[in-house]
Design a protein around this ligand. Structure first.
Ligand code: ZN
Length: 319
């Protein structure tokens, strides 16, 4: 069996969290034949083992898309448990170890099994949706590196001004994923202070750049909100061009609506008009903006972001 549909491609969005990947997924999925899956790397734990809801509100095993993807991929509960355990080996604290292993070109049979599971999910998702391209916003640099060794998986590197990203990580935000009967304490998303959020921004973006290099198509959140149609068409032209096949047959087959797994709780609100989130420009203190600038300095100019936090904020205001 081929790992993915013959002429389909997967757009794997890599980068650090809170950079607008859910918005980008929504935009890409407005293109006929492109289906956004959300964070596929969360299928094992949040989807299969914890029963968290997909953006349609149903847990994965009841969602019309994910239940069918799970069934056709043949991923068992034991495999999901193994994949969850393997994914834990990709945590940020293990990046140095992973980098050394990558540098030395050592084989890693456990990771190969993980990637094989992952590719079974992609293959099943192509079958179920009939899509010509799938969007996976899992964002992980090492996962992207492994998956994008196959020519049908293309990396899209999404970056956003680190001050905006740090502001978002500092906010209390409900996951919106509380299972029924989970009690009265609403579950909230993980938080980071401005320094830590920005340090993670640097580490993850650097890792993406070093590991994927020329294989990347880079996109800035600020450009996505300023000119969504142009950015989306550039991604599609470069990474998911319409194949020579009969594209009139492309598109979701018998599955309505969006089915984004894990990620930003905004996914539960569905597609809305594109609006730049500039709350940080007025809501972030000057001290926090300075803290969020420091760790990010080595990459700010590369991505075209102002070094001075005040200038960044003024630019944020103007959208
Ligand atoms: Zn669903």
């Amino acid at each position: 069996m081929t790992a993915t549909a013959a002429d389909g491609s997967v757009l794997y969005v890599a980068g650090w969290g809170r950079s607008g990947s859910t918005l980008l997924a929504h935009l890409l999925s407005s293109v006929p034949g492109i289906v956004a899956l959300g964070e596929v790397r969360s299928l094992w734990d949040r989807g299969m083992l914890e029963g968290r809801p997909c953006s349609c509100g149903q847990p994965a095993d009841a969602c019309p898309l994910w239940s069918e993807v799970i069934r056709r991929s043949g991923i068992t509960r034991a495999e999901a448990e193994e994949a969850r355990a393997l994914h834990r080996r990709l945590r940020t604290r293990y990046f140095p170890r992973l980098a050394v292993r990558r540098l030395l070109g050592r084989r890693d049979p456990a990771m190969e099994r993980y990637v094989a599971c992952y590719r079974r999910v992609y293959a099943a998702a192509f079958e179920v949706t009939g899509a010509r391209a799938l969007v996976d916003i899992s964002k992980h640099p090492f996962e992207a590196d492994r998956l994008c060794r196959s020519p049908d998986v293309r990396a899209v590197h999404l970056v956003r001004d680190p001050r905006a990203v740090a502001f978002s990580w500092g906010r209390t935000k409900a996951t919106g994923e509380d299972p029924a009967g989970a009690g009265d304490a609403e579950e909230t998303m993980r938080r980071f202070g401005p320094l830590a959020a920005s340090a993670m921004w640097l580490v993850w973006n650097l890792a993406v750049e070093i590991l994927l290099g020329r294989r990347l198509h880079r996109v800035r959140y600020e450009d996505v909100v300023a000119a969504p149609e142009r950015v989306v068409s550039e991604i599609v032209d470069r990474a998911a061009p319409a194949g020579g096949g009969d594209q009139s047959q492309a598109g979701p087959v018998g599955i309505a609506g969006q089915h984004l797994l894990a990620g930003n709780p905004d996914r539960f609100r569905g597609m809305r008009p594109v609006q730049a989130d500039v709350e940080w420009a007025s809501g972030m203190s000057s001290a926090d903006a300075r803290l969020a600038t420091l760790p990010a300095l080595p990459l700010l100019a590369r991505y075209g972001y102002p070094l001075a936090p005040g200038r960044a904020r003024r630019r944020g205001w103007s959208g």
